[in-house]
Design a protein around this ligand. Structure first.
Ligand code: GLC
Length: 594
């Protein structure tokens, strides 16, 4: 075990104890057991040197906080978009795929971040957005004017003639961002609809006055879909991947990848007659998606092409990785995972979707690990910038238990920035909302580095200039406060990650499905076949009662509790898992063979 003491070069005062890290174990991990931390650059940290302060995060701000990430125990950082963008969709509307948004910094800042991260054995993964660009991108500007080769770079259609001779979209394809329709209806702007009628989704086609045609936008109107059926587009996008690989990044999180596979004959989608608003409040979900996205024939081919970039001889000696974002059915995901399992896998969103219930979580974990291909790298996710924060979904104590459950599972484990602090969703005043789908700002507010005014150490700009406001309800969860508290959420994540790197069973152990004698207590094991090392994670899903539960089929009897989601540090408490272990309400315990 190597302990390193780091000089914390930031505005917070960290105690030495809080900043040591088990560097050796962490440095030697590969993608197959990497802890990946998602940074949302606009609200992560603004560097203290920038004058004037803009109220936006910055690339240098991320570099300044690398010691924090190292002390947390992360192996890799995934950067959400930092590209030039009109910021209609939090940066997912990219105006130039090969540059940095001037408010966030420069390419030189980026190069410096790559070098600094590498020195700390932290890999960098960047968000790659293949399906669309911003309408401000020069490709789109040229395409709408039918300039040369760009004519066919987006998905254009003359439309069909409506009853009164007007042009209409060619089909019923809908925009993912259809939530504004619900809000419009709530404001009484659709009184022509009967009470029992569904709220229509927003069409995915927009008329363009310059070209006199419709263009397709699966997301916001300002995000036209690129035409992946055009090989020049595919080549240009692969060239973007090479640009970042050449700058030293170690991989990509590929955004909304299922949308690049479309049926270019444009048939209507089927209507989901089973849709009801309790299941999903987004009118988009009234459409079953077989053609507008998820279209396997082209989707698989295009994903394969992207994975081949990483396998090109220029890069094949590097340990590179792709993680694909696709909200699809399990069997469709399995097909994608089979394309190039040695470099790419889809996000495992099962635990994000499943309700917090011992049985659901067990089925989801067992199913996920059973279906994995042998070469595949599993992954575990508890949150991201599109989902309500973990604490807001589950409550404080269950969120801590959920963290322990996920972090000790095998594979890449994703942590969304602020999750380690137990941050909750914020109330965003109407005039500060940024999300075109109207939902996702609450989980994107600035990280509270300390509890100082005006912005919790995130930036020294005027509060009204911040990209999103600080959530003062969470000021008490500031990093500096939690660093001094050995039971804090941050202390739990640090302790858990330290164990994840140190315990052989947590590093390389196989997932073992286990049964307990109580249906509110979830158990799973990890077993390293080479060394025989084992661990068990036991979790009580009951919110009110302590439960004594046993794992009758377990191959190890006497174990030692090394972590509790509630108490964090454990002092050599010995338990016999076949006789029974007592768990407090909402408690998760990690037990290793004594
Ligand atoms: C992905 C991103 C989301 C974005 C969308 C369109 O789902 O995670 O934030 O709005 O793609 O790019």
């Amino acid at each position: 075990m190597v302990l390193e003491i780091h000089n914390i070069n930031n505005r917070g005062n960290s105690s030495l104890l809080d900043t040591y890290t088990h560097s050796a174990a962490r440095a030697h991990s590969s993608w197959s057991n990497a802890v990946v931390y998602q940074v949302y650059p606009w609200t992560f940290a603004e560097d203290s040197d920038r004058q004037p302060q803009l109220g936006h995060g910055s690339i240098r701000g991320i570099e300044e906080r690398l010691p924090y990430l190292e002390a947390l125990g992360v192996n890799a950082v995934w950067l959400s978009p930092f590209y030039p963008s009109p910021m209609v969709d939090g940066g997912y509307d990219v105006a130039d795929f090969k540059n940095i948004h001037p408010d966030l910094g420069t390419l030189e800042d980026f190069d410096s971040l790559v070098r600094a991260a590498r020195r700390r054995h932290i890999r960098l993964m960047v968000d790659f957005i293949p399906n669309h660009s911003s309408n401000a991108h020069e490709w789109f500007q040229k395409s709408r004017r039918r300039e040369g080769e760009y004519d066919d770079w987006y998905i254009w259609h003359p439309g069909i003639e409506g009853e009164n001779g007007e042009r209409q979209p060619p089909n019923n394809w809908a925009s993912v961002f259809s939530m504004p329709q619900r809000q419009a209806r709530a404001r009484g702007e659709m009184e022509w609809l009967r009470d029992d009628e569904w709220t229509p989704p927003l069409p995915a086609w927009e008329w363009d006055e310059v070209r006199n045609e419709f263009y397709l936008h699966s997301f916001a109107v300002e995000q036209p879909d690129l035409n992946w059926s055009n090989p020049y587009v595919r080549e240009a996008m692969k060239d973007v991947m090479r640009f970042w690989l050449d700058r030293g990044v170690d991989g990509f999180r590929i955004d909304a990848v299922n949308h690049i596979g479309k049926n270019m004959k444009f048939p209507d989608e089927e209507i989901n007659t089973a849709y009801n608003e309790e299941w999903s409040d987004n009118p988009y979900d009234q459409i079953i998606r077989h053609h507008s996205c998820n279209y396997p024939r082209t989707l698989h081919e295009y994903i394969w092409e992207m994975t081949q970039v990483l396998k090109d001889e220029t890069y094949e000696h590097r340990d590179l990785r792709i993680i694909l974002e696709a909200y699809m059915g399990e069997s469709d995901l399995r097909d994608i995972d089979a394309i190039a399992p040695e470099v790419a896998s889809t996000f495992n969103f099962g635990s994000l979707m499943a309700s917090w219930d011992a049985n659901n979580r067990k089925i989801q974990m067992d199913y996920y690990h059973e279906r994995l291909l042998r070469e595949a790298v599993p992954n575990q996710v508890n949150g991201n910038h599109d989902k309500s924060r973990l604490v807001s979904r589950l409550g404080d104590e269950s969120a801590r238990a959920a963290a322990v459950v996920s972090l000790f599972l095998p594979g890449m484990r994703f942590i969304y920035n602020g999750e380690e602090l137990g941050l909750a969703d914020a109330e965003i005043p109407e005039d500060r909302r940024m999300d075109p789908n109207g939902l996702r700002d609450p989980e994107r507010t600035p990280i509270p580095w300390d509890d100082s005014l005006p912005n919790n150490g995130f930036s020294n700009a005027q509060p009204e200039d911040l990209w999103l406001p600080v959530n003062h309800a969470d000021s008490h969860k500031a990093v500096t406060r939690q660093e001094g508290d050995n039971k804090s959420s941050l202390a739990l994540y640090r302790a858990a990650l330290r164990l994840c790197h140190d315990l052989p069973a947590a590093r390389t152990g196989k997932y073992c499905s286990l049964q307990t004698d109580n249906d509110q207590v979830l158990a799973y094991g990890r077993e390293d076949e080479g060394t025989g090392a084992q661990l068990i994670v036991l979790t009580n899903f009951n919110h009110e009662h302590a439960i004594k539960a046993c794992v009758p089929e377990s191959s190890f009897v006497i174990g030692e509790v090394v972590l509790s989601s509630l108490e964090v540090e454990q002092k050599n408490q010995r338990v016999d898992v076949r006789v029974g272990v007592t768990l407090a309400p909402n408690e998760s315990l990690v037990i290793v063979r004594a």
